[in-house]
Ligand binder design. Structure first.
Ligand code: DIR
Ligand code: MN
Ligand code: MN
Ligand code: MN
Length: 303
């Protein structure tokens, strides 16, 4: 496969600094070399530029909205040109608000090519807050609500049509932190959510089998991997760690099963925060997992 790696060093959507260092930490951890070793052709587009957040802003409502809009538009355009090469976009964040830009591009692309877009959202958080429900004002807690049409027009309209996604196009895995008002809203939307409780009860293999069995050969699967999906014991390098996430083995299995589906079309890796990491261990773990997502396996598996 040919992959376009796009660094998006933004932290305008987050409450803490540091996610802007994510793309470089992933390169230092060997992401490019690791994927090349798998036989992928890599086009490293470097890092996009955009507004820097130099100090925290106290702001009511949607914090750093203008900056987030700018980053999302730049990300959307970079993902569209990666798709047109053609190549598989791999977006290195940056905070999770950038997924509005990458997914807007994918929605446009799938509309033009007649593909079915499905988004697999791997995260501790549902990211379905709105201006009315958010306790923080941070836009990285709102990308999915904006993509579903609830938010400021500059974000809900990033694809040129709205809503960009319907709830039926989203599946969430790993959820264990939902704000009080967000909980009611996400419930009303009817999104398929495999929270940690369901993963505990069913087991990761059954969860992934159930998700992947619903995809067909015409599906473009977009994986939006928030690093806080992982248990903080193995992945401390995030701004909003939540106890009780998937273990190393569960995460590996999740990645390997996605790879075997053959549906993977694009990837965001977001919320890696090197300022909270220990000797870049979280970045190295992500490189390991992304290798599995792109087909690395221990053995040649028999059918
Ligand atoms: C929280 C945190 N739900 C918020 N969200 C995060 O601020 O809206 N998402 N960290 O990844
Ligand atoms: Mn999260
Ligand atoms: Mn997130
Ligand atoms: Mn190893």
């Amino acid at each position: 496969a040919t992959l376009s790696v796009i660094g998006v060093p933004c932290d305008a959507g987050a409450g803490t600094f540091g996610a802007a260092m994510g793309p470089d930490a992933l390169r230092v951890a060997g992401l490019i070399e690791g994927l090349e070793a798998l036989g992928c052709t890599l086009i490293d587009q470097g890092n996009l530029s955009g507004p820097k957040k130099l100090r925290p802003v106290e702001q009511a409502g949607l914090r750093n909205l203008a900056e987030v809009i700018q980053w999302c538009e730049t990300t959307r355009d970079a993902v569209l040109s990666a798709l047109s090469i053609p190549s598989m976009p791999v977006v290195l964040g940056g905070d999770h608000s950038l997924a509005m830009g990458s997914i807007a591009a994918l929605a446009q692309y799938c509309q033009q090519t007649g593909k079915n877009l499905h988004v697999l959202w791997l995260d501790a958080h549902t990211d379905f807050n709105t201006e009315l429900t958010t306790p923080s004002g941070n836009l990285h807690g709102m990308p999915l609500s904006c993509l579903c049409g609830y938010g400021p027009p500059a974000l809900t309209g990033l694809a040129g049509f709205a809503p960009i996604l319907s709830p039926a196009q989203i599946t969430q895995v790993g959820i264990r932190s939902v704000d009080a008002a967000e909980k009611r809203f996400v419930h009303e939307q009817g999104i398929e959510i495999y929270d940690m409780r369901r993963i505990d009860e069913l087991g990761m293999p059954a969860v992934m089998r159930s998700i992947l069995s619903k995809l067909d050969a015409n599906t473009h699967l977009h994986v939006s991997l928030d690093v806080d999906f992982l248990d903080p014991d193995i992945a401390p390098g995030v701004g909003t760690a939540v106890l009780g996430g998937p273990t190393y083995r569960e995460a590996q299995l999740c990645m390997e099963m996605i790879a075997e589906s053959g549906c993977l079309g694009s990837l965001d890796i977001v919320e890696l925060n090197p300022a909270y990491d220990i000797r870049n261990q979280t970045a190295k773990l992500i490189v390991d997992l992304v290798e599995s997502l792109l087909g690395k396996s221990t053995l040649i598996r028999r059918a």
